[in-house]
Design a protein around this ligand. Structure first.
Ligand code: M6R
Length: 362
């Protein structure tokens, strides 16, 4: 039941401190600050990851890729399942195929998993429904612990997928000898900061609501980010499209000048995800370019981050956090923005038009 909340989506957004903590606990041991690699899965025996997924799960996979390559030095490809399954992909020997799916039933993702298995590759499934077809099909079941997700627009299942992939990347880093004991402890502790910081991010609702009026009036909205914030920008745009029916696109901030900057005008809000990471300055200079062209910018960044010089923009303060967990923390304002915009527009938040919770047809 929805309890004190107006919609399942709102309830599920607020459940994320718990669902992320529960998922992390499956892969990490906080007491001893160690990774807990899944039984029977040794990432040192794997030379490459091939993640396949659809929709929001695909974006979670893209975020996972940044971590697997950076933390574990494990080459990682990510592909939309509906493309992967029909293009006869040439996978490298030693590839582990990883399906990411809330339901574990998405037709294209399941077919991709089966194809990899039939071709003789090892398979794993990061799934929220532990009795699903993908869970049964895969060699390794890698569960997320989000609990049942009712809202068609995925929220807590997404952050649980991201949490599982980040934790697995740490485990892979240990097994592959890429991180020492001290770094392992640091990363495990950083990941377990996520539930508290997600709870803090839930307090951003008020600030988010102050920009919703302008977003709800827009016909197009752009989301920008770099690094793991790029897939999160894609996710923010998808969420807004799904439940508020406003056209939105996510871009890698560095791609702006290769085309999309032509779209910038006073009527096109730009939502920028700008945690204090190693590409912050680059993102900030992209925002300056947008502001200089009259684009209304909403910059989501920690209080300590400087506003790009001479650029007028709305600032929304996000909790300061380790860059590793920024995708978990910044997911919350993306979800809240979509949620409050949909509420403002009066759309059916939990059952958006034309969408099904589980896409079991091709
Ligand atoms: O059950 P799955 O995670 O495999 O579903 C994949 C997509 O259909 C799903 O994420 C979809 O994009 C959601 N409506 C996103 O909110």
């Amino acid at each position: 039941e929805k309890g004190e909340f107006r919609h399942f989506m709102e309830k599920e957004i607020h459940e994320q401190p718990d669902s992320v903590r529960n998922t992390l606990t499956a892969y990490l041991d906080l007491v001893n600050a160690r990774a807990r690699p899944p039984e029977g899965l040794d990432f040192a025996e794997i030379s490459r990851l091939q993640i396949v997924a659809c929709g929001t799960a695909y974006y979670a996979g893209m975020i996972g890729r940044y971590a697997f390559e950076r933390v574990a030095g494990l080459p990682c490809d990510v592909e939309i399942a509906s493309e992967f399954r029909y293009r006869s992909p040439a996978l490298m020997p030693g590839t582990l195929a990883v399906a990411v799916s809330q339901s574990g039933e998405t037709a294209d993702t399941l077919a991709s998993l089966k194809w990899c298995k039939a071709e003789g590759f090892r398979t794993a499934a990061v799934v929220n429904v532990h009795s699903s077809s993908m869970a049964r099909e895969a060699d390794h079941l890698l569960p997320t612990h989000a609990g049942p997700e009712i809202g068609v627009a995925s929220t807590k299942a997404f952050t649980a997928q991201v949490a599982a992939l980040l934790a697995l990347a740490v485990a892979a880093g240990v097994q592959r000898g890429r991180i020492d004991r001290e770094e392992e402890a640091r990363l495990v502790k950083a990941l377990f900061e996520a539930p508290r910081l997600i709870a803090e991010a839930l307090n951003m609702g008020h600030a988010i609501q102050s920009v919703v009026h302008d977003i709800a009036r827009a016909t197009d909205v752009l989301f920008l980010g770099r690094g793991a914030m790029f897939p999160l920008a894609l996710e923010g745009a998808l969420k807004l499209k799904e439940i508020s029916y406003i056209h939105a696109e996510g871009y890698a901030a560095g791609e702006l000048k290769h085309g999309p900057i032509a779209l910038i005008d006073e009527a096109t809000p730009v939502i920028a995800l700008a945690p204090l990471d190693d590409v912050f300055e680059k993102t900030a200079s992209n925002l300056q370019e947008v502001a200089a062209r009259g684009g209304p910018v909403v910059m989501i960044a920690p209080e300590a981050a400087e506003t790009p010089h001479g650029a007028a923009m709305t600032r929304i303060a996000a909790p300061d956090c380790d860059p590793l967990i920024a995708p978990l923390v910044y997911a919350v304002p993306m979800q809240l923005l979509a949620y409050y915009t949909a509420v403002q527009k009066g759309t059916d938040v939990d059952q958006p038009r034309n969408l099904a919770k589980s896409v079991t047809v091709e």
